[in-house]
Design a protein around this ligand. Structure first.
Ligand SMILES: N[C@@H](CCC(=O)N[C@@H](CS)C(=O)NCC(=O)O)C(=O)O
Length: 277
């Protein structure tokens, strides 16, 4: 049944595009209606579960992608110090969140999940560009963000002295490079919110932590990145999904003290010594 609705949605989308090109208003409105109804029916049959943990920037990426596509899903909050048997079964290799379970089948790794969502629900809010070169370019930057922002930020909050000072410089340098890539565009991919924005914006929740533990002002160092983040926050899919910056800082302190919050193996200890540079 689900497949029939999907086929109907696809056919009506193609017809709708043709009528738009030909300028036949009544017919394109009709085919648009058929498309929206069949897409909803196809979606109603989908079962989506996200193995989640609210403060995680990685699960936040997935929640934003699901919100962009207007998909309903069940969010199951994981206790990372006592992982559920479902998580261990669905992600036996890395044993990490996020995992998206689509009709019983798991997809792991945040940006892999985002690409999957974009491919399966491709009728709405495309995240990756359609041009192969632009797609490769977007993947390059998402990969850069993955390799730099969290590892450097973590090193900054978990180290002392010279290492802390060096990682602070590296973090600023990384945001400056990202500012260069953003240039004068409203979003990384151009006029609309997309894949690279989605991979970076969850780290906006870290900004207060970076500023407090690194003794720096991101708005002074990299004003364009802050402007870009505020632009992204105007989108409901982002503003309703992001973890509050101060809440994130509190969670992090709690985690580093080994408090009641779940252990987050990648957090490391936090050095609260002020950095005088
Ligand atoms: N590269 C992974 C990173 C996921 C990750 O680091 N998840 C953390 C929470 S933010 C986790 O599950 N930690 C538990 C553990 O490593 O045991 C992705 O992009 O999905």
């Amino acid at each position: 049944m689900k497949l029939q609705y999907k086929k109907l949605a696809l056919a009506s989308l193609l017809i709708y595009r043709q009528y738009i090109r030909k300028g036949k208003q009544k017919l394109y409105l009709l085919s648009k209606r058929v498309f929206l109804i069949s897409a909803k029916m196809a979606e109603a049959d989908e079962q989506l579960t996200l193995l989640d943990w609210h403060p995680s920037p990685f699960t936040t990426r997935v929640r934003i992608a699901l919100a962009e596509k207007g998909l309903n899903y069940e969010s199951r909050q994981e206790d990372l110090s006592n992982k559920s048997s479902l998580l261990l079964e669905m992600n036996p290799v890395n044993k990490q969140i996020p995992v998206l379970i689509h009709n019983g089948r798991p997809i792991c790794e945040s940006m892999v999940i985002v690409q999957y969502i974009d491919e399966v629900w491709n009728h709405k809010s495309p995240l990756l560009p359609s041009d192969p070169y632009q797609r490769a370019h977007a993947r390059f930057w998402a990969d850069y963000i993955d390799k730099k922002v969290f590892p450097i930020g973590r090193l900054m909050w978990a180290s002392k002295g010279e290492v802390k000072a060096a990682s602070k410089k590296d973090l600023i340098e990384c945001f400056k490079i990202l500012e260069g890539e953003l240039g004068d565009k409203p979003y990384f991919g151009g006029e609309s919110f997309g894949y690279v924005d989605l991979s970076l914006i969850p780290f906006y929740s870290f900004f207060y932590t970076f500023e407090t533990l690194g003794n720096l002002s991101i708005v002074e160092e990299c004003p364009k990145i802050v402007d870009w983040a505020h632009r992204c926050l105007q989108k409901e899919s982002v503003s309703k999904t992001l973890c509050d910056q101060r809440k994130f800082y509190e969670v992090l302190l709690e985690l580093s003290r080994g408090g009641p919050e779940p252990k987050w193996s990648s957090v490391g200890s936090i050095d609260l010594t002020p950095l005088n540079s």
